[in-house]
Design a binder for this molecule. Structure first.
Ligand code: IPE
Ligand code: IPE
Ligand code: MG
Length: 250
């Protein structure tokens, strides 16, 4: 299902004076390879253009009043790709942080990583930790990048940790509730997920934010990620604003 872009001016007002803006938006950035294939370019070209889309989207999210933008950049299943593509993706990530950190810091963006990112190459882990520390005091927009992230892996890590804490007598299993569980998720402390967007026409979650998406509104757009821009984000936010959220109630 395609979403027609509307002007950012109308979405900045939520498409109407009292339409809500989602506090937390997550995006499954899909379609880089198909974007490149359509142009008979190597897949790398699609990933490179994908970075330009990230820059546009981060800026737009901040301008539109979103508090947290979570981007799915590399899944725990993406290790199944050819080594050369994985190296390209890691290279682009390294380049992105190096090139954009000053700008992110200037624009009040706080960086956060979700996923088991400490399993990435050591220099990349150090670079990410430095960027997290450098932007820790910012509060205009939190940019959470999902790296080596898989929701099932996240849920297993939480479960393992709880079991260890219980075994050590540090946690009473009867005290386990939503809040105690969420405090151990990679997204702890972030507002609940309101809107989940996937680009490229695929309509699946691909192991992204399975717990957090419980009551998120889902918006699927046909646009390939490298073509995604402010107008697409504004349009998805306007669609969100018109959805009726009921959380099981009436
Ligand atoms: C999304 O684009 C980027 C990552 C998964 C890292 P793809 O690389 O999945 O592009 P398609 O789905 O092959 O078009
Ligand atoms: C999901 O896209 C992961 C990211 C966008 C990082 P994939 O392209 O890996 O998902 P599948 O394989 O089509 O489900
Ligand atoms: Mg894909």
């Amino acid at each position: 299902m395609s979403v027609t872009p509307i002007s950012s001016a109308s979405a900045a007002g939520g498409g109407g004076p009292d339409l809500p803006v989602p506090r937390h938006v997550a995006i499954i950035m899909d379609g880089n390879g198909r974007w490149a294939k359509k142009r008979r370019l190597p897949r790398f070209a699609g990933h490179k253009q994908g970075i330009a889309a990230v820059n546009r989207t981060v800026r737009a999210a901040g301008d539109l009043g979103v508090e947290v933008l979570t981007l799915y950049a590399f899944s725990s299943e993406n290790w199944r790709r050819p080594a050369a593509e994985i190296a390209d993706l890691m290279g682009l990530l390294r380049h992105y942080i190096r090139a954009e950190l000053d700008e992110l810091a200037r624009e009040g963006v706080r960086l956060r990583i979700i996923g088991d990112y400490r399993k990435l190459e050591p220099d990349l882990v150090a670079l990410l930790d430095h960027a997290i520390e450098r932007t820790a005091g910012n509060d205009r927009l939190t940019l959470a990048i999902a790296l080596n992230y898989g929701a099932q892996d996240e849920l297993l890590r939480v479960t393992r940790r709880l079991m260890r804490e219980a075994r050590a007598g540090e946690f009473d299993p009867d005290a386990l509730d939503d809040a105690a569980f969420e405090a151990r998720l990679d997204t702890s402390g972030l507002p609940r997920l309101d809107l989940l967007i996937r680009t490229s026409g695929e309509q699946r979650l691909s192991n992204f934010l399975l717990w957090q998406a419980a009551y998120a509104e889902l918006v699927f757009v046909d646009t390939l990620w490298p073509d995604f821009d402010r107008a697409h984000l504004a349009a998805a936010i306007a669609v969100f604003g018109q959805r009726e959220r009921r959380y099981g109630g009436l």
